[in-house]
Write a protein that binds this ligand. Structure first.
Ligand code: 13P
Length: 255
């Protein structure tokens, strides 16, 4: 295993928070704090904040992502946003298959796959989320589920396209709950994801893919989580809404 082969990526997922003016203010506060970081720094923001966020981040090391993308190029899909619309606005990354979308908005493994393909075909980097519920963990299905979700999300994704894929392991029970997975649980979950990648693309390719951990990662626990061999970065919810906390996580990933 060689962590140095992989990009460390710290991405914020703002979820349904911040107006455009608040987004610009937060990014302006973050910019000096994350300047010169030795990892990629990404903020995935609500659609309506994208324009303000891209402008505020201009000339800095912060890149902007979206929180979802539709799989069709255009057409009668009221309320949806295409990959091309995102790239036209300066978006570089997109979160796909977050558990909140799976839980509340009918996202399935099939639609996660379609969205991933659409994002990759448009030149976006896809941050694909996988993760088990507490019930699935207690039933002993964590490994099976993480491998299944990972493989389903990547159906028809080529090894070349995989270079623009990040997988985020986010145990559902750790999201927004303040209950963080232990560093060992995070490392194990990320390891299952990497095994699934190896089963499809081979070990050598699997070793190059960035696998993040997400779920109550914060300024206090980031160091330990990110020290694990399979944890190449984080997808951060609550703590990405606070400039100082987020910058501490970025610094932890830069070591
Ligand atoms: P929290 O960091 O708020 O637990 O959210 C994690 C998450 O869902 C990131 O996508």
């Amino acid at each position: 295993m060689d962590k140095a082969k992989r990009n460390a990526v710290i991405a914020g997922n703002w979820k349904m928070n911040k107006t455009p003016a608040e987004a610009a203010a937060l990014i302006n506060e973050m910019k000096p704090l994350v300047e010169g970081a030795d990892c990629k720094v990404v903020l995935c923001v609500p659609f309506v904040d994208i324009d303000a966020a891209v402008k505020a981040a201009e000339g800095s090391n912060i890149e902007i992502g979206a929180e979802n993308v539709h799989f069709k190029a255009n057409g009668a899909y009221t309320g949806e946003i295409s990959a091309e619309m995102l790239t036209a606005c300066g978006v570089k990354y997109v979160v796909i298959g977050h558990s909140e979308r799976r839980q509340y908005f009918g996202e399935t493994d099939q639609t996660v796959n379609l969205r991933t393909l659409a994002a990759l075909n448009a030149g976006l980097t896809a941050i694909v989320c996988v993760g088990e519920t507490l019930e699935q963990r207690e039933l002993g299905y964590t490994e099976t589920l993480l491998k299944f979700q990972t493989k389903m999300a990547l159906t028809n994704v080529t090894a070349e396209q995989l270079k623009n894929v990040i997988i985020a392991y986010e145990p559902v029970w750790a999201i927004g709950t303040g209950v963080t997975a232990t560093a060992e649980q995070a490392d194990e979950g990320n390891g299952f994801v990497r095994q699934a990648l190896a089963e499809v693309y081979g070990k050598e390719v699997a070793e190059t893919v960035t696998v993040q951990y997400g779920g109550s990662m914060n300024a206090k626990n980031a160091d330990e989580l990110l020290s694990k061999i399979n944890v190449d970065g984080g997808l951060i919810g609550g703590a990405s809404l606070k400039a100082e906390d987020f910058s501490i996580i970025v610094k932890a990933a830069s070591k």
